[in-house]
Design a protein around this ligand. Sequence first.
Ligand SMILES: Cc1ncc(C[n+]2csc(CCOP(=O)(O)OP(=O)(O)O)c2C)c(N)n1
Ligand SMILES: CC(=O)[C@@H](O)[C@H](O)COP(=O)(O)O
Ligand SMILES: [Mg+2]
Length: 641
Amino acid sequence: MNDRETEKQTLLDRINSPEDLKQLSIPQLGELADQIRDYIINAVSDTGGHLASNLGAIEATLAMHYVFNFSKDYLLWDVGHQCYAHKIITGRKDKFSLLRKEGGVSGFPEPSESRYDRFRVGHAGTSIATGLGIGWGLLDQNRDDKVVSFVGDGSIVNGASFEALNNLTGLPRQMLVVLNDNNMSIDVTRGAVAKIFSKIRLNSTYEELNRTAKNIIEHMPLIGKQVEEAVQRLKKAIRMQQSAGQIFESLNLSYFGPVNGHDIGSLIELFTALKDLDHPAVLHIYTNKGKGYKPAGDNPSKYHSTGPFYINGESKKSGKKSYTKIIGETLCEIAAEKQSNITAVTAAMPEGTGLNTFRDHFPDKYYDVGICESAAVDMAAGMAKTGLTPFVCLYSTFLQRAFDQIAHDVAQQNLHVVFCIDRAGVVGDDGPTHHGMLDIGMLRMLPNMILCAPACGEELRLALMYAAQRKAPIAIRYPRDVLPENLSGIESLSSDFITGKSVLVSQGDADIALVCYGAVLTEAVEAAKQLEESGVRCDVVNARFAKPIDEQIVELAREGKTVFCLEDHGTAGGFCSAVLEELSKAGVSSENVFCLAAPDEYIDKASRKTQLERCNVGSEHICREVQARIKDRDLYEKAHT
Ligand SMILES: Cc1ncc(C[n+]2csc(CCOP(=O)(O)OP(=O)(O)O)c2C)c(N)n1
Ligand SMILES: CC(=O)[C@@H](O)[C@H](O)COP(=O)(O)O
Ligand SMILES: [Mg+2]
C-alpha cells in the first residue's frame, strides 16, 4: 500500500457520522468522495447492486450532509437506489460488504437501519409529495427543520412527481428539490421533458455551469422579504437556462441551475445559500452516471443494476437463460408472423423486461413511455381500441401504479391487452419494495380478466402464443429467475394453453395433491421427488390459470384428497384464495385443502431460494408441511376409528 492509499483509507476510516464530514476541508471532501467511490465499486463487484447511479451521486450526497443536519432535517430519496454514499457516511460502512444480502444493509433507504432513512422506498416519483407532506407537518408544528427531496431526471417526469410539483407552490416554507440530472433513466430518457433537459445539457459548457453556480451564490439573499427581490435580481443577472427553468417557473417554483453536481465546494455554497429560502425551490445539478468507473460510465444501463462482476468489468453471472429472455424472443416470433398486429410497451425498463431484443428487431412496434406505468396501460388501451394487440411488459411491483387504468380502461372495456408481469413473486436482493406479491390479488377481482402463470420457459412461450390469440385482457406472471432445469421432458408442459385448464405433471397414489400456480412448480417437483424417497407419492398438478380456476382442482378436494395449493404471492387474495372460493361455490369442504403462500409480512432481502422457503413454497418447506399434515391426518383418522 502506498502513502496515498494509506492517507485515503484514513479519511474514510474517520467518517462514522455526517458530523465527521465537517472536520474536513473541501479538497479532503473531494478525496473522500474518491475513496467512497472505490469502496462502493469494490462492494458492489462482490454483491451486485445499483452501481452507476451511486457513483454519480457521491459529491452531492457529501455536500448535502455537510450543509444540512439530517438527523433532524429530512432527506427524501426518490427511488432510493442512489443512497449508498449516504449509508456509508451514516454509520453503515462496516455492513457494506453484505450490501443487499441477508443480515447486511438494504440497497434502498430503510428506516429500521438508521434514523437518517425516513421512508423505505424503491419506487419512483414519491419523494416530492412526501416532502411536501412533511413540509405541511413541520409548518403545523412551527418547526424550521429543512426538507430536501433528491430526485433523478428519469423520475421527475413520473406522474406522481408532477402532481406533487403542481401542489408545491402552495407550501409557504422551505423545501428544496434537488434534480439530479445524469441524462439517463435506466435506459435513455424518454418524452418531451427529457428532450428539453438533454438539449440544454448539450449546450452547457463547463464554464457556464460554474458561472451559474457563482451567480446563484453571489445573489442569494440572507432571509425574508429580500428573498423574492434577490431571486428577481438573480434572474436578471444571469442568463438562466430558459427552457428547464421555464418548466418549473411556470409551476411558480424558483429554479436554480444547472450547475456542476460533482463540484463539492460549489455545491456546499449553493446548499448553504438555498437552505434558508422561505419557499420551495428546485436546484438542477448535472452529474455523470457511472462516474469514476469506466465500464459503468461507458455503459450506465448495464451497470444500473448489476450482478457481481470482476473489476475489469467482466460479469460473474452464470449466463443461464431467464424467463425475461423468453419474453423478448417470443414476442419477436409473434411479431414476425404475417398477420401480426402486436405492439410492445415498456415503462422505462427495456432491458429488465427483455424488450430490448424486441426493440432491436421491431423498432416501429416498440414503445417506451418512461417511468409512467399508468400512461403505458392507458396508451395500450387506446391501441387495443384501434385493433392492435399491445403486450405491456412491467414488473409486478410497478404494475401496482397502474391498477386503476387496468380496472377502468382495460378490464372494464374488455380490451385485448396482454400484461407480461415480470418479477412476480419474491425477487431476491432488492427486497420488500420490489417483490411482486400483489398482482394476482389485484387483477383476479377484475371482471373479464384472465390470469395465467407458466412454470417454465416452454410454458411461457405457449402462454404468450395463447394470449396473442385470446381476445380478452390477460395477465401472464413469471419470476425474476433463470429457467428451471428439473421440468424438462414433462410432456404435459408442452401442451397448448386452453382457458382455465390445468395439466397433470405426475400422478401419485397417496391421496395427496400439490397444485401449483406458476414457477413454484419447480419447487413442488423437487419436493415430490424427496417425498417419494420417503414413500409418499403425491399428484403434482400445474394449475396454469388463477382465473378461471379449473374445475378439476375442485374435483381433487371433492374426491377427498389432501390438497396443497402453492403460489409465490401473498396469501390474501391470491391463487389459493381463488381455489377456496371455488370450493365454497361448489359446496365442497376445504377441510383438507391447505394454502402454501407468503405470510402477511414484508419479506426481507435474501436469495430468492431463501425467500421462497420463507414464503412457505420452497421445496424443503413443502416436504415438511406434507409430512406434518400426513401425521395429523393419521392421528385424526385413528381418533375416529
Ligand atoms: C414506479 C417505478 N417504475 C420503475 C422503476 C424502475 N427504476 C428504478 S430506477 C429507474 C431509473 C430512474 O432514473 P433517474 O431518476 O434518472 O435516476 P438514475 O438512475 O438516473 O440515477 C427506474 C426506471 C421504479 N423504481 N419505480
Ligand atoms: C431501483 C429499481 O427499481 C430498479 O433498478 C430495479 O432494482 C431493477 O431490478 P432488476 O435488477 O430486477 O432489473
Ligand atoms: Mg437519471
